[in-house]
Design a protein around this ligand. Structure first.
Ligand SMILES: [Zn+2]
Length: 277
């Protein structure tokens, strides 16, 4: 089955991963900007990173016929440096008209601090001003419930954010309902050691249905599995779900969400017609 991974950090993966993903049916992916493992020292460090995301990664993906898209921001871990964050936010528009740039992300909270909230809201202002879509990171484990609540409150308090153009990622059983109830899209991240397993993602599909739900691998530097979406496809089949329901979640839903971005141009893979006998 063809699928789309809506959240994966390919800068941290080797070229062999692109080949493996292509063999497993991945035809498209989107890569949000994130933390590099260290705090970057200047706005030029981000400018170079955004060039990597908009120039080199799409090229590397294309070697395996995978279509690569991206999101730009300064992530929550670096938001404690508010003055650098403001410089980055002011620089982002240089890249917003590049092919494959889908919007602002992954913004969000990490430790739910005041500075993180300030930088989050300034990203929202940029997205509203430039009419961009938004991809959101919700915090890990002990900070997740409170952080998700804070994020949803800031989104709902903003007068110019269209909820159907916002994807809130890393939802779990205790945060998914609040995200969907407000009209946002929700992403389940399949991680081997935290967040959500393929089986728990299937549970949530069974509870909430496929509307506005996505699954992703969030493959990155740490313990993560770039082929987690195929694991989810198998888990759905083993539970007896139809191919059309699976395709809706791993292929049609991402396309529906991303199609709201002006720079999203996707060429669907050719589908074989049965040979006539
Ligand atoms: Zn991420």
């Amino acid at each position: 089955m063809y699928y789309f991974d809506p959240h994966i950090h390919m800068v941290s993966r080797v070229t062999d991963d692109y080949e493996t993903l292509a063999k497993m049916g991945c035809v498209g992916m989107s890569e949000p900007a994130f933390w590099a493992g260290f705090d970057r020292g200047s706005v030029d460090g981000f400018r170079d990173y955004f060039r990597q995301l908009t120039e080199f990664e799409p090229k590397r993906a294309s070697w395996y016929r995978v279509q690569h898209y991206t999101w730009l921001c300064i992530n929550a871990k670096e938001a404690e440096n508010v003055s650098l964050s403001r410089e980055v936010i002011a620089m982002i528009p240089e890249f917003l008209d590049r092919p494959g740039v889908l919007g602002i992300g992954e913004i969000g909270l990490n430790k739910n601090t005041k500075n993180e909230a300030t930088v989050f809201c300034e990203h929202l202002d940029l997205a509203a001003k430039t009419d961009e879509q938004i991809l959101i990171h919700t915090p890990h484990l002990e900070d997740k419930y409170q952080g998700t609540r804070m994020i949803l409150d800031m989104l709902c308090d903003h007068s110019r954010i269209n909820h159907s153009r916002v994807l809130v990622d890393h939802v779990e059983e205790h945060t998914i309902r609040a995200v969907l109830d407000e009209g946002f899209w929700a992403g389940m991240t399949l991680y081997p050691v935290s967040k959500c397993t393929p089986e728990r993602a299937v549970d949530m599909i069974e509870m909430y249905g496929p509307e506005r739900l996505l699954v992703n691998s969030a493959g990155d530097w740490g313990p993560s599995k770039p082929t987690a979406v195929p694991d989810f496809i198998l888990a759905m089949r083993l539970r007896g779900h139809s191919e059309s329901l699976i395709r809706r979640i791993v292929y049609e839903n991402p396309l529906r969400f991303f199609s709201q971005s002006r720079n999203f141009e996707f060429t669907p893979p050719e589908v074989d017609q049965p040979a006539s006998l």
